[in-house]
Design a protein around this ligand. Structure first.
Ligand SMILES: NC(=O)c1ccc[n+]([C@@H]2O[C@H](COP(=O)([O-])OP(=O)(O)OC[C@H]3O[C@@H](n4cnc5c(N)ncnc54)[C@H](O)[C@@H]3O)[C@@H](O)[C@H]2O)c1
Length: 419
């Protein structure tokens, strides 16, 4: 079988994750070219990729200027760059793995999907949760009719206080103008999961939420601008937090070689060392969305920064029973009314195989199988045409939140995109 070849735009956290996962299938797939504006990221990835220097590019733009070098392109640059990088790669003839969000702007999401359709390319959106044993098990139970018809779903995304601080207060996704609303950045995954599990068109949404806590007015008295200069005891102390995480995430976001010296330097020189109450962040720290679906089912979704653990919870209430679980527990529970409760233990090896509770490796495996024409159930694969609604739903929720929680007719909202 001919190996499926990949080129990668952006060798940051996600680009590296893809490269490592592709390397897990040496007989079927191979990374043949990479690009990043930071040489240190290229060098770090090339320690395990071992590519010739001529296959390392100093930018996505440089790689895209070459003749087509691979079957597929992984677009893992930042959100605001996706439109340009994805469309240029599609025009060059690449099929894509496109990191979520598809783009940070509503119309750009539609434009990328249109370009893929017109050019006849295959685009997999990185909705990694669909590939996790946890959500796949829930989907299977629903498909088997275990709990009858879905009437209501309660879903929560527990962002976790430390993850909020790292990504959405200090990090890449802290400012909605520079990046995108948090409900898109963090929760387009959850919108996708709700649409996939409920499997009905969404009719109406509304949403409330705010940035209430990570603001200057909540800074402790006597706190400094930077944690390394601060004497206040605080759960967001950057030095404690990042040093503790060496050599893994999130220390490895600050530096590809996350030793103590490199991390302390990054804390002194970048936003990652700043006080969480004194940043220029504007994305929410809690938000709730309500949705109604065509069959009358309803869903509520809560996203909150204020949790010890970073995980997700879901409870599905059907006409004949309930399914529930917390992703990090690796168990799915279900019970038909009046009958005994069941617990399904998930395959720990699969769950721990990669990040996102097995979702990262699951996505890469399914992309390889799909592109090589292997026979398997492809109905859950996150092709762009199936994934755009999750993004439109996130934008619709944000629209409501910014308009005092007003009701948004989702069908009408989407019509603006075809105008
Ligand atoms: N699927 C998921 O669950 C998930 C999780 C986290 C992030 N993401 C998304 O993945 C994407 C990448 O996020 P990340 O966490 O890896 O960020 P990152 O900042 O670690 O990586 C982005 C990389 O792109 C490089 N870059 C910037 N401009 C470039 C250019 N012109 N050419 C080539 N490289 C360039 C940067 O140097 C950086 O190394 C974002 O869109 C993000 O929202 C998805």
């Amino acid at each position: 079988m001919k190996k499926l070849t990949f080129a990668i735009l952006g060798m940051g956290n996600r680009g590296t994750v893809y490269a490592k996962n592709i390397c897990n299938y040496p007989d079927r797939a191979q990374v043949v070219a990479i690009s990043d504006t930071r040489r240190v990221r290229l060098d770090s990835a090339n320690k395990f990729l071992q590519l010739d220097e001529s296959r390392l590019f100093a930018s996505a733009e440089q790689l895209l200027e070459q003749p087509k070098l691979a079957d597929m392109m992984v677009v893992a640059t930042q959100d605001a760059q996706h439109k340009d990088h994805a469309i240029r790669a599609l025009e060059k003839g690449y099929d894509l793995i496109l990191e979520k969000p598809i783009s940070n702007r509503l119309q750009d999401v539609a434009d990328i999907a249109d370009a893929a359709k017109k050019l006849g390319r295959t685009v997999f959106v990185s909705h990694v949760l669909r590939y996790t044993p946890f959500y796949r098990q829930i989907k299977e139970l629903l498909q088997q009719g275990t709990v009858g018809r879905i009437m209501a779903v309660e879903a929560c995304e527990y962002v976790g206080y430390y993850h909020q601080a790292h990504s959405f207060v200090r990090g890449n996704w802290h400012n909605s103008e520079q990046c995108c609303p948090m409900i898109l950045a963090k929760s387009c995954h959850d919108m996708d999961i709700l649409l996939w599990l409920i499997d009905e068109p969404c009719l109406r949404v509304n949403s409330f939420g705010d940035l209430s806590y990570f603001k200057r007015e909540n800074a402790p008295a006597d706190s400094a601008e930077r944690c390394r200069d601060c004497k206040v005891a605080c759960p967001y102390n950057a030095q404690e937090f990042y040093l503790k995480s060496i050599p893994g995430w999130p220390a490895n976001v600050l530096h590809p070689e996350p030793n103590e010296q490199n991390i302390l330097k990054a804390l002194d020189e970048t936003d990652y060392g700043r006080c969480v109450f004194k940043m220029d962040n504007d994305v929410v720290d809690h938000q709730t969305c309500n949705m109604q679906f065509a069959n009358g089912a309803v869903a509520t979704f809560h996203m909150s920064a204020f949790n010890n653990k970073w995980t997700r919870y879901i409870r599905i209430m059907g006409t004949e029973g309930e399914i529930w679980g917390t992703m990090g527990d690796n168990k799915v529970h279900w019970q038909r009314f009046g009958e005994q409760e069941h617990t399904i233990e998930l395959n720990a090896e699969q769950v721990n195989a990669s990040g996102h509770s097995g979702g990262d490796s699951g996505l890469v495996y399914d992309v390889i199988r799909y592109m090589q024409g292997e026979e398997f159930d492809t109905s859950s694969v996150t092709l762009i045409e199936r994934s755009v609604d999750s993004h439109y739903l996130a934008f619709a929720c944000e629209h409501s939140r910014l308009h005092d929680g007003s009701l948004v007719d989702f069908g009408e909202y989407k019509k603006q995109l075809s105008k």
